[in-house]
Ligand binder design. Structure first.
Ligand SMILES: *[C@@H]1O[C@H](CO)[C@@H](O)[C@H](O)[C@H]1NC(C)=O
Length: 332
């Protein structure tokens, strides 16, 4: 369902991009110093979530949701790695900007071992969500299982590098979490799991935010401290939804965008609460949209989307700037 690349006329607002640029510029000096061949500023980048950050885990699991074939990876050395993009994903750019490898390997990729994962690892799985039911739609890795892999990773890391070093890596790594879109687009609004009967959309937002809080608390208890959690983008503007929005003349689905904005407000409040509750937790919300200018999707940029769901590398690089800047701010 998500496989055919097409360059739909879409969707982000120039304002969104400018806000991210502004955020990047604030810490721009530090970001520049961190990039290049210098000593890494953190020991590792550790990633959880869905296709926005899955670098290849779905290649080796029994799901139809894969992207390890051309034209995916068209502009990537190594070709179609399982990234849902023509090139690299945000965690790859974040890793490179922090002085770590330019590609963050997928935990289940047999081509990599614990020595590689010691500087960066991705547990994310395309199609996953905060709701267990979302991962079940396409038989992908649910978030609780990503956490189980994280525990296993820590055991392997301790064996490989020693307990103290493993603890250092886990405590000082930057964590990138990006998940949530599928809970709405592949689950709630696809009407496949019954969630739409069980919850109003506001109740479902609350349910997802509670799951996110559980997840963020679980990785805190496992030692994570510097964590970025991305909000939702303009989910009503992905090409698939625009195509389905026949009544709206193929424009963005504004109802979905409003749901994303409301959800983001709740996520921000949850993050503020966790920061207050969990000592030493440097948890930051990543704003993928601009709240003030509500996602005007008229400034179509045909290069925004690579397939019916996923942005191009150019946009991923852009998202990564904001995440890198916020990550650096968490180190202070
Ligand atoms: C999701 O599934 C896991 C594993 O079965 C379970 O521990 C957890 O309680 C479930 N979460 C919810 C909200 O049902």
């Amino acid at each position: 369902m998500l496989m055919a690349p097409h360059h739909a006329r879409s969707s982000t607002s120039a304002t969104v991009l400018m806000v991210l640029v502004a955020a990047a510029v604030v810490v721009g000096g530090a970001a520049a110093a961190a990039s290049g061949k210098k000593k890494p500023v953190v020991p590792a980048v550790i990633v959880f979530g869905d296709s926005t950050v899955d670098t290849g885990n779905n290649n080796v699991i029994g799901t139809v949701l894969k992207s390890n074939f051309p034209p995916y990876g068209r502009d990537l050395q190594g070709g179609a790695t399982g990234r849902f993009c023509n090139g690299r994903l945000p965690p790859d750019f974040v890793s490179e900007a922090l002085g770590l490898p330019p590609l963050v390997p997928a935990y289940l990729d047999p081509a990599y071992g614990i020595e590689d994962f010691a500087t960066g690892v991705v547990f994310a799985s395309a199609g996953s969500g905060l709701d267990n039911a979302t991962a079940s739609v396409l038989a992908v890795i649910p978030m609780w299982k990503e956490v189980e892999y994280f525990k296993e990773y820590q055991r392997r890391l301790a064996k490989h590098a020693g307990r103290a070093r493993a603890r250092h890596i886990v405590a000082n790594a930057v964590y990138v979490v990006s998940v949530g879109t599928n809970d709405f687009l592949e689950n709630y609004y696809l009407l496949v799991t019954g969630r739409f009967l069980q919850f109003t959309v506001a109740e479902y937002q609350d349910f997802l935010v509670a799951r996110a809080a559980e997840f963020l608390t679980a990785i805190y208890r496992l030692g994570a401290r510097r964590v970025t959690f991305a909000g939702l983008s303009a989910i009503g503007c992905v090409p698939l939804e625009r195509t389905l929005n026949l009544l709206g003349g193929g424009g963005c689905n504004e109802e979905y965008n409003q749901v994303a904005r409301d959800y983001n407000v709740k996520v921000k409040a949850m993050i503020a609460r966790l920061r207050a509750e969990l000592r030493g937790y440097r948890l930051a919300y990543i704003n993928v949209c601009n709240d003030k200018s509500p996602l005007t999707c008229d400034d179509a940029d045909k290069y925004f989307f690579w397939d019916s769901f996923h942005p191009t590398e150019k946009i991923n690089r852009f998202f990564a700037k904001g995440t890198t800047a916020v990550s650096l701010s968490l180190l202070r």
